[in-house]
Structure formats: C-alpha cells, structure tokens
Design a protein. Structure first.
Length: 388
C-alpha cells in the first residue's frame, strides 16, 4: 500500500504498479497505469490513462462552461418521437439537427417547428456566417447591413412584389428595360442611340401629368397613325423646322405669332434663292400689311383703302368704281394715243381725235336716212343716220 498516493500497488518483477481503479481529485494521479480512470473534481470531467497520458472521456465541457456541444435528445411530436441532435453553447440550445420536418408536441424555446436539416434558435437571432453558394430563401425582415460587404436580406430588390430602391438603378446592357405583361414597352440602346418603343400593334404611348391633383394627358403618340397629339399648348423656344414636302395643316381658325412678345413686325417668311426671302407681314409702325421680297416691301391695298372719288383723294388712295354707277371720278384722264390709223375692229389702241375724224370722213358719202337692217354691214362697221 503506497501511503503517499493512497494506492494499492503490486510488484510486476521490476517495480510496483497501481492495481487500477478511479481517482477523484483536482489533479491528475501520479504513476498511473494504462486503463486507470481519473475524475477531475474541479471540472467534473472523466479521463482515462492510455499508458502515456490521460485522455478525456467526457463530457467535452467543464463544469464552469456548462452544457456545450452536441447532445442526442428525443422530442415528442404528433407523429411520434423524433431523435434529434441538439447543439448547446453555455447551456443554451442554439440549433437542432433533424432528419425530418416536424412540430414538437412540447414547447421548445426558440423552436416552434423543426425543419429537416439544421434549425436555428429563433430567439437568438442566430445566423450562419460564412460563404454560401446556394440558398432557398432570404430573410427580408431586416434592412440593417452588418458591413459594406454583408447586405441584409431586406435590401435586395424583389422580383415577386413591388419594391423600392434608394440608389440609382443601372442596367449595363443594350437590351435595356422591358415593361408590361406582353412586354409592350422597351427602352433599348444601339450605337449609343436610345429607342423607346411601344411594341404592341396600333397601340399608343400616352404621357400624363398631375395637374393640381388631376391626371391629365399631356400628349399622345398614336400607334395606328404615328401622329402626335398635344392636349395642351405647345411652346417652342427654339426654331420650328418642318422638312416634309407635305402641306402643314392647322384646324384652328387663326394662327397667332409673337404671343407674349414685345410689339414687332411679324408675319410669314418664304425662303427663296434671293439674299432676302419673300415676306408677308404686318408693319406695326405703319399699321398695315406689307408684302414683297429682297427688302423691298409695299402696302397691301384692301378694298377699304380704295376710293371712287379720285378728285378728292389725290395721291393718297387707289381708285375703284362707284358701287352704284360703275363710274370713276377723276379731274383729268390722260390716255396715250398710238397716233396711227385703226385698221382692225379688234384693235384696243386709243386713237387720236384726228384719226377719229378721218375714220368718220371715210364714211361721209354713205350717210342714210333710215336705220340699218340686220343684213347691212359687217361687225365693227359704223352706220351714220342723217336726220331728215
């Protein structure tokens, strides 16, 4: 009996060896033999001596660490008992490993239901932290990122529901954006040119605005005709260029120019090959319409600007015939006679008085006292009748 170690020993022919058994103390026994057990009274753990060192038998945690690691348990459910492996840390169940999905009959804190695989304790906010190559679901309940490279599930745009992003959305592909159940609207890029397309046959592109709380159509691009209809006023700050050879049609009764501008000559300019184009415009300094080209413009005469009394409006107004008599009233009428004999009845030349006399004298010897009959003479002849 070794009184120093309180062990019973036997002599093996060369030295005394412990006869075996277990020791419960805070330090490892001295001179142990292979197979000896030692209970660490401080950590409440059991060791076995391998012949060279004490090897921990269990448990894997110390008394101070409390229950930690995997523990095989049986949980009751409506479909029978289920054998699971529970993972503990500091006496708290962190996860349950199961081969099947079930709902425990007895409430398990943090585990309302258990899935096939590993189910984490919902009360801890436990997560798998690391690299994952595939996931069936993403928890979108949080939008708080843990770092610039670890993004919360709630910050991913969803494909199955309406969603919002606070950042710019960049589509780095010429295929662009396609919108609509039948993919009616597309925004694409080709050779840096952007195309906005309504792909449904004969369907329109409609632009609306919120006018004081009321939705109004601003303008429409008609799919059936290609026409553009502007519902409100069209304000053009630059030049309006129309290159088609077709006629521009306006359904309005009047076309107003210089709207809102200061008073200035305004009208219509027709481009010509001349240095200065042809113009029809209102002259605000003279208060009348003018027309012309090559910087040579004159007043357009209206009927209201004419007079049948040239004698009273010398040099100020043009002439028109009296509305009742058809006469012109002038002080002097000067006609430029041609000064030669009239040889044709269709001549429109103005004869001199001498020529008229000669013409009359020509017929002086053929004066009758009776009216001519229908068969007398020819077109253009004069017939003189002498009174008796």
């Amino acid at each position: 009996m070794d009184t120093s170690t309180s062990q019973l020993k036997v002599y093996d022919g060369s030295s005394f060896k412990p006869t075996g058994g277990a020791k419960s103390q805070s330090t490892a026994p001295t001179s142990p033999g292979a197979g000896d057990l030692w209970h660490d009274s401080d950590d409440d753990q059991l060791y076995v001596y391998t012949g060279s060192a004490f090897q921990l038998v269990g448990p894997v945690y110390t008394a101070g660490q409390t229950l930690s690691g995997w523990k095989i348990e049986t949980l009751a459910s409506s479909s029978g008992n289920k054998v699971v492996s529970s993972m503990y840390a500091g006496n708290t169940r962190v996860a349950i490993l199961s081969k099947e999905t079930f709902t425990p009959s007895v409430t398990q804190s943090g585990f309302a239901s258990i899935k096939a695989g590993i189910t984490l304790n919902s009360t801890l906010g436990a997560v798998f932290d690391g690299t994952n190559t595939q996931a069936s679901n993403i928890d979108v309940s949080s939008t708080s990122n843990t770092s610039s490279t670890v993004i919360a599930g709630g910050n991913f745009l969803r494909a199955d529901a309406a969603d919002t992003t606070t950042g710019a959305l960049t589509i780095d592909a010429n295929g662009g954006i396609i919108v609509g159940g039948a993919q009616e609207l597309s925004i694409t890029v080709a050779s840096n040119n952007v195309t906005i397309a309504q792909t449904s046959q004969d369907k329109d592109i409609i632009f609306t605005v919120n006018d004081d709380g009321t939705t109004k159509t601003a303008f429409t691009i008609e799919g059936a005709t290609g026409n553009v209809t502007v519902a409100g006023n069209l304000n053009v700050t630059g030049a309006y260029n129309y290159t088609s050879s077709e006629i521009v049609e306006h359904s309005d009764a009047f076309l107003k120019v210089n709207q809102g501008g200061s008073e200035a000559d305004a009208g219509l300019i027709v481009e010509t090959t001349d240095t200065d184009d042809a113009r029809l415009f209102y002259d605000v300094s003279e208060n009348f319409w003018s027309a012309g080209h090559g910087q040579s413009y004159s007043q357009i005469i209206r009927l209201a600007d004419l007079t049948d009394d040239g004698d009273a409006n010398k040099g100020t107004k043009g002439l028109t015939t009296d509305s009742s008599t058809g006469n012109l009233k002038v002080t002097t009428l000067t006609l430029n006679a041609v000064g030669s004999a009239i040889t044709s009845t269709s001549s429109t030349d103005v004869p001199t008085i001498g020529q008229v006399k000669t013409f009359v004298d020509r017929f002086a010897g053929n004066v009758n006292t009776t009216d001519p009959s229908a068969s007398d003479g020819a077109d253009g002849d004069f017939w003189f009748v002498r009174e008796s």
